[in-house]
Design a protein around this ligand. Sequence first.
Ligand code: UN1
Length: 523
Amino acid sequence: MAQAKKAVSKTSKKQVSRSAPRAIPKTFQNYIGGKWIPSESGEMFENINPANTGDVIGRFPLSTSEDINAAVNAAQEAFDRWRKTPAPKRAELLFRLGEILIRNKDQYTADMTREMGKVLKEAGGDVQEAIDCTYYTAGEGRRLHGYTAPAEMRDKFAMCVRQPVGLCGLITPWNFPMAIPSWKLIPALVCGNTVVIKPAEDTPLSSYNLVKACEEAGIPPGVVNLVTGFGETVGAALTNHPALRLISFTGSTDTGRIVASACAERNAICSLEMGGKNAIIIMDDADIDLAIEGAIWGAFGTSGQRCTASSRLVVHKKVYRQFVSKMVEHTKALRVGNGADPRVDVGPVINADAVDKVIGYIDIGRNEDGATLSCGGKRLTRGDYANGFFIEPTVFSDATPDMRISQEEIFGPVTTIIPANSIEDAIQIANGVRYGLSAAIYTQNVNRAFQAMNELYTGIFYVNASTIGAEVHLPFGGTKATGNGHREAGTQVLDIFSEWKSVYVDFSGKLQRAQIDQLESAQ
Ligand code: UN1
């Protein structure tokens, strides 16, 4: 998943090129208690276009723990009224939000490509996922089902209902800058919680757009609060705030561990969505051209910066050579560039740290691991690439399962091809990493497809499709180091943002003792 940013200087997070011409950037504010206000620090950081670092998208508040305190107070003040607002009424506001998102989709899409780098089609998909999530989850306003169950005593009624958990802190990543905030925000709201959102410092504009739309939809002041800034300051302040009952975090596994420890200290609920090292298995009976298409899309879509990216391709030895040569041919044909150009297939990576990390892994793959670099491998720096964070789509082949490039999350346009001897071997390789988010198999054999489905220990699984492309009405999340047992999306997300209350109504008019009196009551 998205990497946490290191502390960087306030105005150069993406290493601004000072030689490039600069228009005066727009200034943005935090949203606290229904008001747009600056940080108490008065300081700002710049949001830079990763395809062109001379393009400053805006200046956002470099917030502090004081701003977090103010936002949490606002969420606290709004909570009682919001939780008592009937869920269908809360949902009406969310449906209105969905309409606003649809109306502004093109603008949000362009903004997202500009701040995050992903190509326009994908940015449009990201906004669409927020729309889908909003409509689907708003529908829960008229469900939020609990259940009734027979009581063990006569004249006694038993049921369980959902109640909001309270104040929630949402820490969201830069790789899906509107979809993932919506996965957290919309269910939190429909369940009756109030929230403080801390978006990734690389992509605050998409969260700003989402929150602005919430304001326009009429979501009451204090229910949704937005505080921008860096993980080390505002992320930490949010995570450690005693009034927040829940922290929902999507980001790197290392940062997730810090978040989880902080939550454990104060018994806060913590939901984590973290790394992946997702494998596509390509069997000898697969439709190879279809598998190549899926592998290219899964490995290089979003420049490989998805937690579900197809970063390992485990290929049966009988079709291995054929697969590698086609994969290289198709990878070389990809057009790298500014995602705003509709001819481009692969945009930049998010920032200078990401370039260093990805190029570092390419060096490891080549030197320390000793895999074959089949294509790509370099940062692109000339001409139109000079002011952006562009890396050639890169394929390693002849890798072994234990190499670092086969084990560690690179989070960039790099995929590793590993040969396998059999379905059993392929499954073992695919399972042999610390993560368990997504996996896929290409095969024409239904038995193999089901065998893989049964034995791959991941939260998401695809047959004859890539490892990416999850839809909002099914649970999203992973096993092992990918998460901590929760699922976003689907109806399962309601189990993060609500708590169960079991209710017993005794209408017998006398004392009935559970577990003790049941034999008598059966007579
Ligand atoms: C991610 O991989 O970081 O499944 C999120 C997908 C998208 C969400 C991906 N719907 O590809």
